[in-house]
Design a protein around this ligand. Structure first.
Ligand code: AHR
Length: 322
């Protein structure tokens, strides 16, 4: 009997996971709450971790890189099992990431990127292809102008950039400029950061309009800034989506509604719903599996005209999850 019990105990020992879900301690350093996207991203991470039963230590860095760095160092001191973070900007992470690596804590990077060379310092990265988003926005514009018989016209573009030095700001600008470089009639005539915030987007758009320069197109690096800018456009007596062609990125419910209302001409999707992927990555790391270094989200474009295969915003609206 004793022998049988010993065998059963051994089988249980080998079959049991190294740690029960509620014993897995995960640290996540979030950027802040600058946009609807970020709020949805936080909700997605928190609810997926709660559902998985993880002990999540979540820090909102309130847009400050030094707060994110401090949170990451605190996670090392706590000895968490896995660390995740979305880097607010690309540079300045070398030291703290080296400390995480020295402590032997697996690192998941999501959404944004760092400029640390190589890919040995993290286990897995997942999120959106920001350069491709910029290209999609510009390609949509080129086709839209063609469809509306304006492809021969000199077009001036006002650009509202995201947080300076962040992956999406650098890459959305790069992708957009790469495409318009082949169309000499398209020029970015004014460009400033709106820090991915609706309020700053509005203020900057006000100053663009007050400059008196012609604005044919607004290219905003996220929808929050575009929707904020709409208020300035309306106060100037103009109609967004008609007097100014408007382009945003993210495709949250409010933006898709704005497309349906005809104020936003197009929104390029960037999904914040990364929580389930984060949980899956943590579980696979804890199980000793090897993960892909890079995974891009599958995303679409929403308008009312089906330009370049864009999906229809009216049909999409009831299905939006953030
Ligand atoms: O990194 C993703 C970007 O960050 C989203 O487009 C923006 O809305 C957010 O603040």
């Amino acid at each position: 009997m004793k022998k049988l019990l010993a065998i059963v105990a051994m089988v249980c020992l080998f079959a049991a996971p190294a740690l029960a879900a509620d014993q897995i301690v995960v640290g996540f350093a979030q950027i802040g709450a600058e946009s609807e996207w970020r709020v949805a991203n936080t909700n997605s991470i928190q609810s997926a971790c709660a559902e998985a039963g993880f002990d999540l230590r979540f820090v909102d860095a309130q847009q400050q890189q030094q707060n994110q760095i401090k949170a990451l160092r605190d996670f090392i001191t706590m000895g968490v099992d896995v660390i995740g973070f979305a880097p607010v900007v690309e540079s300045g992470w070398d030291e703290v990431v080296a400390e995480i690596n020295e402590a032997g804590i697996p690192l998941i990077i999501m959404d944004r990127t760092t400029d640390i060379p190589g890919d040995d310092y993290y286990v897995t990265w997942f999120g959106s292809d920001f350069v491709e988003e910029g290209r999609r926005a510009a390609n949509w514009l080129v086709e839209y102008l063609k469809k509306h018989g304006r492809d021969g016209e000199e077009i001036s573009i006002a650009e509202l950039q995201g947080t300076v030095g962040s992956g999406p700001q650098l890459d959305r600008k790069r992708g957009f400029e790469e495409v318009i470089a082949n169309h000499p009639n398209l020029t970015i005539t004014m460009s400033q950061t709106g820090d991915f915030s609706a309020d700053i987007g509005r203020t900057v758009m006000e100053s663009f309009l007050k400059s008196g320069q012609k604005i044919d197109v607004l290219y905003a690096h996220n929808d929050d800034m575009a929707l904020g800018a709409f208020q300035a456009i309306k106060e100037a007596g103009l109609t967004p989506g008609k007097d100014i062609i408007t382009i945003g990125i993210d495709s949250g419910r409010a933006a898709v509604q704005a497309v349906v209302d005809g104020e936003l001409n197009v929104t390029v999707e960037c999904s914040p719903l990364l929580g389930p992927q984060f949980v899956d990555a943590v579980q696979r790391i804890m199980a000793g599996e090897t993960l892909p270094k890079v995974t891009y989200s599958i995303e679409y474009v929403y308008d009312l005209e089906g330009i370049l295969g864009a999906k229809n915003a009216v049909e999409e609206l009831p299905h939006r999850q953030f």
